[in-house]
Design a protein. Structure first.
Length: 369
């Protein structure tokens, strides 16, 4: 069958309906004379134009619009365009070649898929089937590697009660706030807290070191998997990539720990200055107590103030040594000077000492007869 064309024509609004009908019939007759077929005729009535159109000395802002679909030879279309351009009643005309098949949006998704598949050659279909099968095999291999890796880490990541308590110890315990960056503010009075430096950096160090140990365990597990000689090249590359990611996280955490180490050094200097101020105040109170200008009640108040300064200084000094030891511990873990085995030994030793101290305190309590 000849190609399908569509004629869209705009005639003068002053043309009579009978004249427009005769023009349509004239075009249809030409189509059938040439051996073609008219498939559709539609009239859209008088409509406003997008812009004024000049024709034979007149300007028109409106036009009668109609459309005709037909099958015809390409040579006929060329003659039709010439015929319409010579007609004084035609303001604008456009002939377009329609696609061989109807627009795809007339069909469902399934019909579109069937239509597209029908246009493909057998070689294209076989090639797509091979690609799909290859993709399925890659997906299966990835699932196997993921299952193997997940099973390994599930077995390694099961912590018993002792290990869980050790992790809680490192991340800070509320029961004994003076150890390992916990909430140490609980052992001070509110007015003392307001006058002392903030200890939030230690809590952050706990979190960083805990995260580093998890990634260190991940890296060691991947290294053990990489020793498996049955791994495919793709699996080995994936494991190597995961190992590199873990090393990047460990390196970043190490840099953060060193940064906090420098900030803790500043914090310790502030505590030293505060201890020096307490020492100066203690000297002033001592000289005031030796003076005879003050009465007994005033001297008692000064003596109590001196005792309070001494207690506060002792607490700050204890805090100073605790932070110094703990920050060094974090730095050793970050630099790799302490491996996971050493860390677990330290945590187990601390747990044993805690349980011994608890048992001693229980045994020291008086028993009822």
């Amino acid at each position: 069958m000849a190609p399908l064309y569509s004629l869209f024509c705009v005639t003068k609004p002053t043309a009579l309906p009978v004249e427009v009908f005769r023009l349509m019939r004239r075009v249809g007759t030409k189509v059938y004379t040439d051996g073609g077929v008219v498939t559709q005729v539609a009239s859209y009535g008088n409509n406003e134009l997008a812009y004024p159109v000049k024709r034979a000395g007149e300007t028109f802002n409106e036009g009668e619009m109609w459309q005709m679909g037909f099958h015809a030879s390409p040579g006929f279309v060329k003659d039709l365009r010439k015929l319409l351009s010579e007609d004084h009643r035609v303001l604008r005309q456009l002939v377009t070649k329609e696609p061989r098949y109807p627009p795809l949006y007339y069909f469902s998704a399934q019909a579109i898929d069937e239509f597209v598949t029908a246009q493909k050659t057998q070689e294209e279909l076989e090639h797509e089937a091979d690609l799909l099968e290859l993709e399925r095999e890659k997906l299966k291999e990835a699932e196997k590697a993921s299952t193997r890796l997940r099973g390994y880490f599930d077995s390694r990541a099961v912590f018993d009660d002792t290990e869980a308590r050790s992790r809680e110890t490192v991340s800070g315990r509320q029961g004994k706030p003076a150890k390992h960056g916990g909430k140490r503010r609980e052992q001070f009075e509110p007015e003392e807290v307001n006058s002392m430096a903030d200890l939030e950096e230690e809590v952050t160090l706990d979190q960083i070191v805990s995260e580093m140990k998890r990634y260190e365990m991940l890296r060691s597990g991947i290294e053990e998997l990489l020793e498996d000689t049955t791994l495919t090249q793709e699996e080995r590359e994936e494991l190597t990539e995961e190992k590199e990611k873990a090393e990047v996280v460990i390196s970043q955490a190490s840099e953060r720990v060193e940064s906090y180490q420098r900030e803790l050094a500043v914090l310790q200097r502030e505590w030293v200055e505060e201890l020096n101020e307490y020492a100066k105040k203690a000297e002033e109170i001592e000289s005031m107590l030796k003076s005879e200008e003050y009465g007994e009640e005033e001297k008692e108040a000064l003596a109590q103030f001196k005792e309070d300064l001494k207690k506060r200084g002792a607490k700050i000094e204890e805090q100073f040594h605790t932070v110094e030891a703990y920050s060094q511990y974090c730095l050793d873990v970050a630099r790799g000077d302490l491996d996971l085995g050493d860390v677990r030994k330290l945590e187990k030793l601390e747990l044993d000492s805690d349980s011994d101290s608890d048992s001693d305190s229980d045994s020291s309590e008086p028993r009822e007869n």
